[in-house]
Design a protein around this ligand. Structure first.
Ligand SMILES: Cc1ncc(COP(=O)(O)O)c(C=O)c1O
Length: 450
């Protein structure tokens, strides 16, 4: 197949950036529609911005929560051991997820820590992790004194690339932590199949994926355990908070035990005189009350985000150099905690991403650059060169780790990603038009931004 027979999208996907640059230079890059007449002068250069209205606030709360918060306050039962609200929330959240059980925790980070400890991930183990994620996903592996081994990212979906997993497995590998980042489900069928073949555990980091679905099942319920975050910016917020969901009662009892200072819970029996190992990662009653109030709107908000995201994609997918994030095979629904696309500057007169973002912000449509190449963060070397890691891993293993810690696809994604907050998606179609029109305006004025 020659270049002329490729669609624009296939061309972008298959061509190297050098090849794209050559195509741009030769004039082979398609022009987009006839929007220039409408585009107008960029706000950055003194024109009228596309948008002056503010975006939706987040979080959104209503007065119906006030009575419940006040009654917890007045009861003096603020700790889950004395109150009933956390237990009530756990039942409701398990039901919402279609899981047998849920354990509420203090945060998403502590949910991951509890899951890892309970499943037996221990000092000296290796855990395969997605690098395109919030820092907590791999910090928890370090907390467990295990080695986070990064697997390269599929640029189309922003999630762990299953083709790159097996090459990273060693004799010490115990688990895989795929991340449903931005609410985009990871390719769980393939990840689970690889895990089964190599006898590995799978813990889903679903901290951004409430109500996302894979094969019509909720993310977080597709593996050994799934972990969620309810931090203030999240689609289900409570300031701080987290949860683990699972279908194995005995495992959730062990999670409960660990998060409650090791006090045996349910089917867990104490061994000897002392309690089991544990810590305090409990959720407070106030957090549970806020969560139950927020749960009343979560499905409606998720439907609005989805509808708006699909409309936005339909508006921007044909703009040259704009490649919206795609669902992985088998994924049936994104939670759209963030809406992302890849920005190919070759199509925008080589305007650096940072300048594109400034132009968008001036149009009233601020956007973020996404995550950086975190596999190169200083904390990795900090851990590897620590006394503990030198004791736990051989010199040879640490040398190989450093040599192999290169993720070309993730590196490129980190340079090209653009994302919008979930709250942009809570508006109307006309709000989505503002986003699309701002991108188009920058595209049409690309020659003036050099
Ligand atoms: C992907 C991911 N994993 C883990 C976490 C950690 O959750 P928390 O901030 O509730 O500890 C977050 C939170 O931002 C997250 O986005």
């Amino acid at each position: 197949m020659d270049k002329n027979s490729l669609t624009r999208r296939q061309f972008i996907t298959t061509a190297s950036s050098g090849a794209i640059a050559a195509a741009v230079a030769s004039g082979a890059v398609p022009a987009y529609g006839n929007v220039s007449k409408k585009a107008g002068k960029l706000a950055m250069l003194g024109g009228q911005p596309v948008r002056t209205k503010p975006w939706s606030e987040w979080p959104i709360w209503d007065q119906s929560a006030e009575g419940d918060i006040l009654s917890v306050l007045r009861s003096g039962k603020w700790f889950r051991g004395w109150g009933t609200k956390v237990t009530e929330f756990e039942k409701k959240y398990a039901e919402l997820m279609g899981a047998k059980r849920c354990l509420a925790t203090a945060s998403g980070t502590t949910a991951l820590l509890v899951a890892m400890h309970t499943l037996g991930i221990d000092a000296g183990d290796e855990v395969l992790v997605a690098p395109y994620t919030f820092i907590a996903t791999f910090n928890v592996v370090f907390q467990s004194k295990a080695l986070p081994v990064f697997v390269d990212t599929d640029q189309e979906t922003f999630t762990m690339n299953p083709d790159k997993i097996e090459e990273r497995i060693t004799k010490r590998t115990r688990a895989i932590i795929p991340v449903h980042i931005m609410g985009q489900p990871a390719d769980m069928d393939r990840i689970n199949a690889i895990a089964k073949k190599h006898n590995l555990l799978v813990i889903e980091d679903a901290c951004q994926a409430w109500l996302a679905e894979y094969n019509h099942k909720k993310c977080g319920t597709l593996s050994d355990l799934g972990c969620f975050s309810f931090q203030n910016s999240k689609n289900l917020p409570a300031g701080e908070g987290g949860a683990i969901v699972g279908n194995n009662e005995e495992i959730i009892d062990r999670c409960y035990t660990f998060h409650n200072c090791g006090r045996p819970h349910g089917s867990v029996k104490a061994t000897g005189k002392n309690p089991l190992r544990g810590t305090n990662y409990r959720m407070q009653e106030f957090q549970a009350v806020i969560l139950m109030s927020q749960m009343k709107r979560i499905q409606r908000d998720a439907d609005t985000r989805l509808e708006n995201a699909l409309y936005l994609t339909s508006r921007i997918k044909d703009i040259p150099g704009v490649i919206p994030c795609k669902l992985a095979p088998g994924a049936t629904r994104s939670a759209y905690h963030l809406y992302a696309f890849r920005y190919k500057k070759e199509y925008f007169n080589n305007i650096p991403r940072v300048r594109f973002r400034s132009a968008m912000a001036a149009e009233g449509v601020g956007c973020g650059p996404g995550y950086g190449p975190q596999n190169k963060d200083g904390l990795i070397e900090d851990a590897l060169s620590s006394k503990g890691y030198k004791r736990l891993f051989s010199k040879k293993r640490l040398k190989k780790y450093r040599e192999e810690n290169h993720l070309p696809d993730n590196d490129q994604l980190c340079q090209e990603a653009i994302w919008f907050s979930q709250k942009f998606l809570l508006g109307t179609k006309s709000d989505m038009d503002d986003i699309a029109n701002a991108i188009l305006k920058v595209y049409e004025n690309r020659d003036k931004l050099a």
